[in-house]
Write a protein that binds this ligand. Structure first.
Ligand code: ATP
Ligand code: AMP
Ligand code: MG
Length: 196
């Protein structure tokens, strides 16, 4: 199985771009499995009564987040391994998470070694554009990121974190720009890297 990990700060458009990858892969008749790390963590967290929505997960005590993170990684690789050898899987997640205890890696050693991706994608947009996307998206609670300085700092940390994780497994880091109004362009770039 050929896994690409898609990262980027909250509101940059990871889930939107991966929705476009799904459409594009259907048009091109390519089988792609798209998974969302947060969904795996959320299922367990809701069952255990820890949270009511996905934006509460990153505010849990770090010990709880670590357990959820590890369990999610094992479940994700279990599901992805059902794909054939050349099958493409894309995982929607974060290289860095802003928690009350500070910036925390989404892909630490024990997690990235389980996932063993070929590429770590880093979705980026201009800080002001991300701020506007966050403000325009009432479905999510991203108040902890809703500040231009926090966004700029998170973009820097996301780059450091993506490369640090990549070093552990020899993956590449590919920056993909998510331009306003054309998430399908970013989707096409991701798909091309995964096919190539
Ligand atoms: P999170 O990490 O919090 O899950 P995300 O990176 O998955 O965030 P999305 O939910 O995909 O972000 O997008 C955030 C908002 O930005 C949504 O309202 C979405 O419609 C909008 N958006 C994403 N990409 C674009 C784009 N290229 N042009 C215009 N709007 C976009
Ligand atoms: P998302 O919808 O991508 O924001 O995912 C919801 C939440 O899941 C995030 O805000 C994080 O709290 C958590 N999450 C997602 N991926 C990871 C990861 N790799 N490690 C730790 N927490 C994660
Ligand atoms: Mg998302």
């Amino acid at each position: 199985m050929n896994l690409g990990i898609v990262t980027g700060i909250p509101g940059v458009g990871k889930t939107t771009v991966l929705g476009e990858v799904e459409k594009l892969s259907k048009e091109k008749n390519i089988e792609v499995l798209i998974m969302n790390y947060g969904n795996y963590m959320l299922n367990t967290a809701i069952n255990m009564g820890f949270v009511k929505d996905r934006d509460e997960i990153r505010k849990l005590p770090l010990t709880s987040q670590k357990k959820l993170q590890y369990e999610a990684a094992t479940n994700i690789i279990h599901d992805a391994s059902k794909l054939e050898d050349k099958g493409i899987a894309l995982l929607d997640t974060h290289a860095i998470i802003k928690t009350p205890s500070g910036y925390w890696p989404g892909l630490p050693k024990h997690v990235i070694e389980i996932l063993n991706p070929k590429v770590i994608f880093l979705i980026e947009s201009e800080p002001e554009v991300i701020l506007n996307r966050q403000k325009g998206d009432s479905t999510r609670k991203r108040a902890d990121y809703n500040d231009i300085e926090v966004i700029k700092e998170s973009i820097s940390f996301a780059r450091y974190a993506a490369m640090a994780s990549a070093v552990l497994v020899g993956a590449s880091v590919k920056i993909i720009k998510n331009e306003e109004g054309t998430p399908s362009k970013a989707a096409e770039e991701i798909l091309n890297v995964m096919i190539g």
